[in-house]
Design a protein around this ligand. Structure first.
Ligand code: UD1
Ligand code: UDP
Length: 359
């Protein structure tokens, strides 16, 4: 029996967990244990993904909740010790680059359990909490599952032995392919009858800094198209604190809505004219959905997409955003016939095969 213990806690991790579990289904000798850190906890940030994607109930919920980086990471670390010791997993699987990822990888490494890191090797080479989270997770991992060839190269450059590095492609692409056709049918969410832009924004480096978020908020009401914007709870909290929330709520072209489920998100994306976002996951999905995307940030992990010309780094200054949105709207119907560097949509199956082969 191979026991895989998955540690998840954030919205995008629930979405990545689903294809992984699906890929294990045909193997009777794999047992999955799911640990939810509780970093995300609102219904629309957590439970809805389990419901929509058919993820079984979690075996453990650590109920960590919100807090500082130290308290979140520390609480997860402390609680994982006894769970890992009790469960004795064959491999601990962690996803992405959040505080949950860091704590999960570190707890497992210190207790001598093999670690698999899904979405390994991504780097921005700048100060960001996520940068150190993913770097440490990579250095704890026995199985570094890379979404891009460049990610494999990054790990080699850091001295990680090549027998730990695997190019699998991006598990978010698996999720997208599995759900893109059913997303339309599986949700009753009504689409607008006119063209619209799909938007998300949540990164701390954007929404926690007044000048940066204010530049974006000033630009949005001047965009000559309707914007559908499911707002992350972090953003809502910050905008209210900064007294910017009403500027968006009152803008006639912007529909600020609560966070939506995965099917709703994919449906809104696929039917949109273009996408505006600072989310790593949404940047990739826009590319998979053949949508032009304006990234409201100065950097992205996914430089390969920028190089295709289908995504542009617009920063957070109002005039730059307006110019880049206009440019992407004018190219919205351009098709893409180039390569997809994120693999073939079978990342999860490759990961499971590697684990079965090596264990
Ligand atoms: C976290 C990750 C980020 C990831 C994002 C995905 C870290 C350091 N950051 O950021 O990399 O892109 O998740 O969405 O791990 N809140 C709620 N309800 C919830 C969850 C959060 O109200 O269910 C609010 C709280 O006010 C909280 C704030 O959002 O303080 C931030 O949540 P947190 O989990 O700390 O970070 P995210 O911004 O979600
Ligand atoms: N997403 C969602 N509902 C929303 C906004 C986004 O389901 O209201 C999905 C989106 O389709 C993508 C993932 O959440 O699959 C991205 O998560 P997020 O932007 O929170 O984090 P990041 O990818 O930046 O870490």
């Amino acid at each position: 029996m191979i026991k895989l213990l998955h540690i998840v806690g954030n919205r995008p991790q629930f979405i990545k967990l689903a294809p992984f579990l699906e890929a294990t289904n045909k193997y009777k000798d794999i047992k999955n244990i799911i640990v939810h850190s509780g970093q995300h906890y609102d219904y629309e940030m957590s439970k809805i993904f389990f419901k929509e994607l058919g993820i079984p109930s979690v075996n453990y919920n650590l109920e960590t909740g919100s807090g500082t980086h130290g308290s979140q990471t520390g609480k997860i670390l402390i609680k994982l010790d006894s769970i890992l010791s009790k469960e004795q997993p064959s491999v601990v699987v962690v996803y992405g680059d959040t505080n949950t990822t860091l704590a999960g990888a570190l707890a497992a490494y210190k207790l001598h359990f093999p670690v698999a890191h899904v979405e390994s090797g991504m780097r921005e080479y700048m100060w960001r909490p996520e940068e150190i989270n993913k770097k440490i997770a990579d250095h704890c991992a026995d199985f570094c599952f890379c979404p891009l060839e460049r990610a494999c190269q990054n790990l080699q450059n850091e001295g990680i032995p090549s027998e730990r590095i695997y190019f699998t492609g991006d598990i978010t692409f698996d999720a997208f392919l599995m759900n893109k056709t059913i997303a339309n049918e599986k949700t009753s969410l009504e689409l607008p009858d006119s063209d619209y832009i799909f938007m998300t924004m949540h990164r701390a480096e954007t929404v926690d800094i007044y000048d940066r978020v204010n530049g974006i908020i000033e630009a949005l009401p001047q965009i000559p198209m309707r914007i559908i914007y499911p707002m992350h709870p972090r953003t809502k909290k910050r905008l209210i604190e900064m007294e910017l929330y009403n500027k968006l709520k009152d803008a006639s072209n912007i529909d600020v809505i609560d966070p939506v489920g995965y099917f709703e998100s994919i449906k809104l994306m696929i039917n949109s004219k273009i996408v505006i976002t600072d989310s790593g996951g949404v940047i990739k999905e826009a590319f998979y959905a053949s949508k032009m995307c304006v990234t409201i940030d100065d950097t992205t992990e996914y430089t390969e997409i920028i190089e295709t010309g289908r995504n542009i780094l617009a920063g957070t200054v109002k005039d730059n955003i307006l110019a880049n949105v206009a440019s992407m709207l004018s190219k919205a119907s351009d098709s893409y016939t180039g390569e997809n560097p994120f693999g073939d949509g079978s990342a999860a199956q490759k990961m499971v095969s590697i684990l079965l082969d090596r264990l």
